[in-house]
Design a protein around this ligand. Structure first.
Ligand code: 6GU
Length: 233
């Protein structure tokens, strides 16, 4: 998967993709993330990428030309499956959307700033708008990093344990069960006996039951909350 991210603050994203799982995914050739500075596509002598809103009002608006020039240059190199604009009024990102988007080859992600982008960008250049939640961020960069991370970690071979992305919270409509590590007792606080029993089937049943109990308590809105209790009846 290749992800091209368009930003007026590219440095915000450079460190994020240069570390940890995301860096390893790129070193293994499973993902490629390229961050583009929209100012490099400005034809203005001061490299401006924004201007006042027609009709007045507070806040600057990102101009269409640098965005169009950057997207056109990218499209001349390869075909893109989606051009995504990160926006608080977009479709809410959830695990099913991440799963679907993780199967595409090439993605452009546009980060908004200021009062947003000229509406013609959304009408003519963008194929999809995505929000990461009902709150406003000062720019789309964090949201683009969240979206990219949620996709890249799903690519086959990115996580060491092949099953671990599948057993994540939300993949089966359930939140994750609790996990523990050594020591088995700390300040008198004990790890549940079943996890120390070595009995795989019982451990699996316990984890499923815990996931179900937690989902009903914390996220009754998730589809897994309505599923049957493991081993019941
Ligand atoms: Cl995608 N962008 C901004 N600026 N704020 C947001 C968002 C995106 N998603 C939630 N809040």
């Amino acid at each position: 998967m290749r992800i091209d991210i368009l930003s007026v603050v590219p440095r915000l994203l450079d460190s994020w993709f240069g570390e940890s799982i995301l860096q390893r995914a790129q070193q293994k050739g499973l993902a490629e993330v390229v961050v583009h500075d929209l100012r490099a596509y400005s034809t203005d002598k001061h490299k401006r990428v924004d201007d006042y809103a027609f009709g007045g009002g507070a806040g600057m608006v990102m101009q269409i030309e640098p965005i169009d020039r950057c997207i056109s240059a990218l499209k001349a190199e390869r075909a893109y499956d989606e051009v995504i604009y990160m926006s608080p009024d977009g479709e809410r990102l959830d695990q099913p959307l991440a799963n679907r988007l993780s199967t595409v080859n090439n993605l452009i992600i546009l980060c908004g700033h200021y009062k947003g982008v000229d509406e013609r960008v959304r009408e003519h250049l963008v194929t999809r708008e995505v929000s990461i939640g009902d709150y406003v961020l000062s720019g789309g960069e964090l949201a683009a990093a969240v979206l990219s991370d949620s996709l890249i970690r799903l690519l086959p071979g990115v996580l060491n344990d092949e099953t671990s992305a599948l057993s994540d919270s939300f993949q089966d409509g359930l939140v994750a069960p609790p996990v523990y590590t050594r020591p088995a007792e700390y300040k008198g606080w004990k790890v549940p006996d079943v996890l120390l029993s070595g009995h795989e089937a019982r451990i699996e049943a316990w984890r499923h039951e815990q996931a179900l109990v937690r989902t009903r308590e914390r996220r009754p809105d998730l589809p897994g909350a309505a599923s049957e209790t493991f081993g019941e009846g």
